[in-house]
Design a protein around this ligand. Sequence first.
Ligand code: F6P
Length: 539
Amino acid sequence: MISKTAAWQNLVEHQRNQQDVTLRQLFADDPDRSARFTLESDGLIVDASKHLITDETVSLLTALAAEVGLPEQIEAMFTGEHINTTEDRAVLHTALRQPRGTNFEVDGQHVNDDVHAVLDHMSDFVTRVQSGEWTGHTGRRIRTVVNIGIGGSDLGPLMAYRALMASRHPDIDARFVSNVDGTHLHQAVHDLNAEETLFVIASKTFTTLETLTNARSARSWLLDALDGDPAATAKHFVALSTNAEGVADFGIDPANMFGFWDWVGGRYSMDSAIGLSLMLATSPEAFRAMLAGFHTMDNHFRTAPLAENVPVLLALIGIWYRNFHGWPTHAVLPYCQLLDRFPAYLQQLDMESNGKQTTLAGEPVDYDTGAIVWGEPGTNGQHAFYQLIHQGTTPIPADLLGFFEPDFPEVDHHDALIANLLAQAEALAFGKTADEVRADGVPDRLVAHKTFPGNRPTTMIMANRLTPFVLGQLVALYEHRTFAQGVVWGVNSFDQWGVELGKVLATAIIPELGNDGDLDHDSSTNAWIGRYRDFVNRK
Ligand code: F6P
């Protein structure tokens, strides 16, 4: 187990010796600190200087990565080894963004040919919809795409649709329905014209309760609006899935299914066919530019030395805080309104991947794994939860993301936005001492209240502008950060058995809510089912 190795113990010792180190001191001692800890990958600038690290920390962390064979594991992923051992699958989301013509065969499959065949199918379909050649059942152009999916079949395309507002098609809107709460579907369709609506049913497995329930209700809504003609489904429903049989059973023409493969994990799938709604609401060109951004970060991750490798370095710094400082959460704070769903997207990516307590060898870990990932855009968060980040009792390492150029320069607030981003990083790192507070003339009784401890670490991640290319770089950066952490922790970042039990129990409870049969749960669950039955019967 990794915690028993010398590499791990060296870090335990190093943390003990580092306890009095402050960012003030580190910056004072080393005028080159900012330059030395700032990395760059194809225009993406990543400043790790405001972390509680020294050259020695980085060298001990990279020794830990070498100890677990991280470079070999990275190569194993890229070359299609079955690193998802509990499901005996390759993990090849990086193949989704390899340029056409990259020779690549895995398990007898010509991966690159298949990937590009689906991309061509998607582009062709999008062009037909956007040009008006593809119409709804009554001959009207499609104006709204409603993506029905959940988890990885929702969060990625939704996040990217919001992020790429500047690349949107002028005449096609997208809406996203995920929750089985009927309100979500109602909200999405209540003001739509069915004749101009295309439903994109996104589900890797095509068995997910929420998605199939919403898809069936969407079909009823459509048919009610179009005089019940079942032929309408063919022009208003397409599917994104690996399950051709399930799609056909639902009644969607297999010609209108966009496929992908079991080696694409749900939370790593926004650049597969799962991105069709995004492509429909932007353009094939924007989608391909995003794939190029993913690919450039893939190349960096695969080839850069560990200490200069952006995803690896950020992964290791995360481990430094999680395992050697004992800090449980990680905040993602985009100073960019268009990235408002980015923290939610990263929650699934990271927490579903690394929220694990069993090693690949099937043993219980004796150290912490995945951090709690959360966040909101700045500057909003500053007026909500930053108080705790500045003066709370547990430090919260944070990623601060920003862009030099505004998305919509018509409203020119950008200096104020960027000034806040820089000010927060400065305040968090260096704080304000009691002496400085006193020097401001603050009365003694308030000095402690107005003192800021500092030493609150941040990573600053900036690019010129939030383009599709940069979005692809950012997502790939976090995908690889997640994987690199999983390798160090020795867990499988590509399964998600922890979501199964709740699904099974819900499936058992659904019929029980609608009948008055005997119940066999614990007394609390039985009581709640009873109250629900009573309420429904009283109506
Ligand atoms: O419940 C978890 C999960 O399996 C995720 O991993 C996945 O992204 C989501 O459900 C949706 O699954 P599907 O795309 O198969 O509907």
